[in-house]
Design a protein around this ligand. Structure first.
Ligand code: ADP
Length: 306
């Protein structure tokens, strides 16, 4: 985890601060980060037709030549205000939607027309875990779904693997037979993370995955995601409107505003993240973050991960 403090700058103010940053080259990255690219978006454009019976028909340009790279085992943050096109970007990266123009490459292959056999290697965790699962399925079946789709494990082996995955996200395998409504929001988000990890993907898209969680649970889930990245080598595309989380979690970051992305140097003077750092000059960032967590964690009963 990056040694940075928690910022208090709103997404809107950050977006306007970033809008003057010059355009992004296709392999923008942290200097020194030379891991090969895993996901590359080059000049991606996307527009939607709006209007209809009572409003004039027009074309709304949502993405205007987006360049973005996620490296093997890396974590790239995309921060932008609501409506900036973040979810559109995710759908295109997942191959659920075609771009109008530009190039999308995953594991070196052009995937504009679908991921094919590489589908298992890119998984997603959404913001709203309640809507992301079938309420009638037990935890075992929720986590077992990708195992059924992407592996040759039989039912008994899938149950055993689902139990292991629960342990990996620090939940008890005794939850395997529970239905989603009998889990807390944080537990259900961990189940969604376990489901995403199930087919051993190379990349997980985190589409506002922490946004519906309170600050305490966010801190715990951020720690968990960092630990899983170290243990499995999985890369993340971390999409959020919350600029505070980006320097805590990402190696490199870009801001998406008005359909364009611009790289962000999280440690450059004048950047919102760096201004926050200045505000915490008395203590290094990690210490500030640890202090914050130390203040709030004791409020949580031991043995109940959020
Ligand atoms: P974000 O995730 O940053 O909030 P979205 O990608 O969801 O932004 O949406 C960006 C813009 O594109 C919004 O104005 C939204 O209304 C519009 N949009 C997204 N999907 C569609 C669609 N299928 N049809 C028409 N407009 C859409």
């Amino acid at each position: 985890m990056h040694p940075d403090a928690v910022s208090t700058i709103s997404a809107e103010s950050s977006a306007s601060s970033f809008s003057s940053v010059p355009s992004f080259s296709c392999v923008a990255g942290t200097p020194g980060n030379d891991a090969p690219p895993l996901l590359e978006l080059c000049g991606v454009t996307r527009s939607y037709r709006t209007g209809g019976w009572f409003a004039p028909r027009q074309q709304r340009q949502v993405l205007r030549g987006v360049d973005l790279t996620v490296r093997e085992g890396g974590c790239t943050g995309v921060v932008g205000p609501s409506g900036a096109g973040k979810s559109t970007l995710c759908r295109i990266a997942l191959g659920l939607e075609q771009p109008d123009g530009g190039m999308v490459r995953f594991m070196g292959r052009d995937v504009r027309h679908g991921l094919g056999k590489d589908r298992r290697h890119i998984q997603v965790v959404f913001q709203n875990s309640v809507n992301a699962v079938n309420p009638r399925l037990t935890v075992e079946r929720i986590i077992g779904e990708p195992l059924e789709n992407f592996t040759t494990l039989n039912r008994r082996q899938r149950r055993s693997r689902a139990g292991e995955l629960l342990e990996q996200v620090h939940l008890s395998p005794s939850l395997l037979d529970r239905l989603p409504h009998r889990l807390s929001g944080g537990q259900l988000q961990r189940v969604c993370i376990a489901r995403a990890l199930a087919p051993r993907p190379r990349l997980i898209l985190l589409d506002e995955a922490l946004s519906s969680l309170d600050m305490l649970v966010q801190a715990r889930v951020l720690d968990l995601l960092t630990e899983l990245r170290r243990a499995t080598g999985v890369a993340y595309l971390f999409v959020t409107h919350d600029v505070r989380l980006v320097p805590l979690f990402c190696d490199e970051a870009a801001v998406l505003t008005e359909g364009r992305v611009a790289p962000v140097d999280m440690h450059a003077p004048g950047h919102p993240c760096a201004r926050q750092q200045a505000a915490h000059q008395a203590t290094p960032h990690q210490e500030a973050f640890n202090a914050l967590r130390a203040a709030i964690l004791p409020a949580m009963p031991v043995g109940t991960p959020g």
